[in-house]
Ligand binder design. Structure first.
Ligand code: SF4
Ligand code: SF4
Ligand code: SF4
Length: 246
């Protein structure tokens, strides 16, 4: 029997699910040979509630989502957080800076009374998470790597070193050299520094490495002209839920 896989979206743009479909077609066919996808709203209309592996996309930002994710956790043998919103709270946590009434008013205006919200959190703030597929959106190859590892009963080999390592290996000139700033020194690698290679800088979407040197990063950002407020904002784009932005 093939393991049954389900995808669920919570507070998100659903870009992670969409990008999951960008796995190389050959790899996707190989994957479908060993798992059965039984629930994936963006792909199929028929859905089953009998699944072994659940992918959760999005952060938790409503009371109803707490109930829903707990129910999914009860059913799933393995639960995987898919993408920055699910893994670290992501950009949804930017609203945690405001009171919830204020956030509702900003977004829905006079219709705010029809909606409810709570401070956004990553999935692991509500239920235990077994695996993480990081990024906004994740690299399809990393999704594949995690699924392969769990099917083999192994831990996926996800880097615990900074984006700078991959950035240097890619031959990029550091953006600090041209007076810009970057979150690469404290952000978990695994994306091959794709944003720097594309001419931008790292925003930190893969979350912090274990034991990041926060003070050193803050010092560098300060040296390159950011105010204390701007430094906190820089850390907080994706990591607002983390203690380092409080
Ligand atoms: S991690 Fe990024 S791509 Fe994925 S749902 Fe959140 S905002 Fe969208
Ligand atoms: S551009 Fe960013 S990721 Fe690349 S080396 Fe410089 S600080 Fe590190
Ligand atoms: S370079 Fe930074 S922002 Fe870009 S994908 Fe990698 S971790 Fe995310």
């Amino acid at each position: 029997m093939k393991p049954k896989v389900a995808f669920f979206d919570f507070t998100s743009c659903e870009g992670c699910q969409l990008d999951s479909l960008n796995i190389d077609p050959g790899d996707l066919l190989d994957l479908l040979a060993v798992v059965e996808i039984v629930n994936f709203r963006e792909v199929k209309t028929i859905r089953e509630d009998n699944y072994d592996i659940a992918f959760i996309e999005g952060s938790i930002s409503r009371e109803a989502e707490i109930t829903r994710v707990k129910k999914i956790r009860e059913q799933a043998k393995i639960l995987i957080a898919l993408g920055a919103c699910a893994c670290i709270g992501g950009i949804n946590c930017l609203k945690n800076h405001y009171s919830m009434d204020e956030a509702l008013k900003i977004v829905y205006g006079d219709d705010a009374k029809y909606y409810d919200t709570i401070p956004a959190s990553p999935v692991n703030a509500v239920v235990p998470v077994d695996y993480y597929v990081r990024g906004c959106p994740p690299q399809p190859q990393e999704l594949l790597k995690v699924v392969k590892a769990l099917l083999l009963g192994k831990n996926p080999d996800i880097p615990n070193f900074p984006v700078c390592v991959e950035c240097k290996m890619a031959g990029n000139i550091c953006v600090f050299e041209r007076g810009e700033t970057c979150m690469g020194p404290v952000t978990r690698a695994g994306c091959n520094a794709i944003c720097v290679t594309a001419g931008r800088h790292c925003w930190g979407c893969r979350g912090l490495i274990d034991e990041p040197n926060i003070d050193s990063e803050k010092d560098i950002l300060k040296k390159y002209g950011l105010t204390p407020k701007q430094i906190i904002e820089k850390f907080g784009i994706y990591n607002r839920y983390s203690e380092v932005t409080k």
